[in-house]
Design a protein around this ligand. Structure first.
Ligand code: AQP
Length: 345
């Protein structure tokens, strides 16, 4: 975090996850586990459930509410402490949408057109995609910059969006001749920054993949986890002596990375431990490890989900705290842009 230490902005961490379907292992290892580690690093941490992003594709309203509460429960069950971190859902803080609109007027169409997530999610039928999906990265920039966040822990797939956030901050500062928004750093660290599908080593694991067998959900029971790892696509070679030997074996490399991230070991150490062993040995060991790490989280999620009113209270409290940080930043933004805004209390 040396860059931020040098800048005028106080280090502050922001990140978010969409409440779409159940949290999957890639979200946990690439994002939530890192969020918890950063919470414990002494820097102010703000974590959001980005429900306004979720509705860029169709969501059943009842499912969206359930997924929002379940994601809050997943965060807390994974170790996020809503007293130490600010935890809330995006739609409760209106500044996200307000700053998002201003950034829609700063960002360029060409920038959005280059986003790989837009191309992947809109697919061949971009004409029928929502305008919100196209503008998604501009709202994400607003999420981050509304808090003058300096660091954003994300998985590899979100790197391009954080880079676009930097471009928006730089253009805004340049257009209005100010040094107002920080140029945020993505924090992409660890062995599992891109967990791949269990069915296809060329695709990332995703909550919305139509194949449930492609992912481990945080809500899966022990038998399901074991079965999904057993059926995970691999080759028939044993594990090599060094990581070099996994260069052209994406599925095997994926399982080694998952093991490493769960065991908090390096992938090199995992390969050294299992060198010469086949997947008949490695997959059950991985399944046991995953169950031992994930089942306490699933149990705690169940306990938390039994009291939705308490989850709503936590989210409301987090939103009030988030709003208190966002309001003065938004008021200054309005001022810089030349928008008249009466004081809100
Ligand atoms: N496979 C992954 N490996 C590592 N990190 C991942 N993330 C997502 N998939 C992986 C990280 O999880 C955070 C939250 O992601 P999101 O819900 O905002 O959207 P996403 O990146 O599009 O994740 P999904 O699971 O694929 O969701 P859907 O299917 O709803 O689009 C981000 O930090 C992301 O990098």
């Amino acid at each position: 975090m040396t860059d931020a230490a040098k800048s005028k902005f106080t280090p502050r961490v922001f990140s978010g996850i969409q409440p779409t379907n159940h949290l999957q292992l890639g979200n946990y290892l690439g994002a939530v586990k890192r969020f918890v580690e950063m919470q414990n690093s002494g820097i102010e941490t703000i974590y959001c459930i980005v429900d306004l992003h979720a509705i860029t594709v169709w969501q059943d309203p009842v499912d969206l509410q359930n997924a929002t509460r379940e994601l809050a429960a997943s965060y807390i069950a994974s170790g996020l402490d809503p007293k130490r971190s600010i935890l809330f859902n995006q739609s409760q803080v209106p500044g996200h949408a307000e700053l998002g609109w201003i950034f829609n007027c700063v960002a360029r169409m060409g920038w959005m057109n280059r986003m790989t997530q837009w191309k992947d999610k809109a697919g061949k039928d971009a004409e029928k995609a929502s305008l919100g999906l196209f503008a998604y990265p501009s709202l994400m920039a607003a999420d981050i910059l509304l808090y003058h966040a300096t660091h954003v822990p994300v998985g590899e797939d979100q790197k391009q969006h954080v880079e676009l956030t930097r471009d928006i901050a730089i253009k805004f500062n340049h257009d209005f001749k100010v040094d107002f928004f920080p140029v945020t750093q993505p924090v992409i660290e660890g062995a599992a920054t891109r967990v791949m599908s269990l069915r296809d080593g060329s695709k990332k694991m995703s909550k919305s993949d139509p194949s449930d067998a492609s992912r481990i959900n945080l809500t899966d029971d022990a038998d399901t986890v074991a079965q999904k790892f057993r059926k995970a696509r691999t080759d028939s070679e044993p594990l090599p002596e060094t990581l070099e030997g996994l260069k052209d074996r994406p599925e095997a490399r994926n399982l080694v990375n998952i093991y490493a991230a769960l065991a908090e070991m390096t992938p090199e150490a995992v390969v050294a431990e299992y060198a010469g062993q086949g997947f008949g040995t490695f997959k059950p060991a991985l399944a046991d490890l995953a169950v031992s790490k994930l089942s306490p989280i699933a149990d705690e999620m169940k306990r938390l989900m039994a009291d939705p009113a308490e989850i709503d209270r936590i989210l409301g409290d987090g939103a009030a705290r988030a709003n208190a940080i966002a309001e003065p930043i938004l008021a200054q933004t309005y001022d810089i842009v030349g928008l008249i805004r009466s004081r809100r209390t």
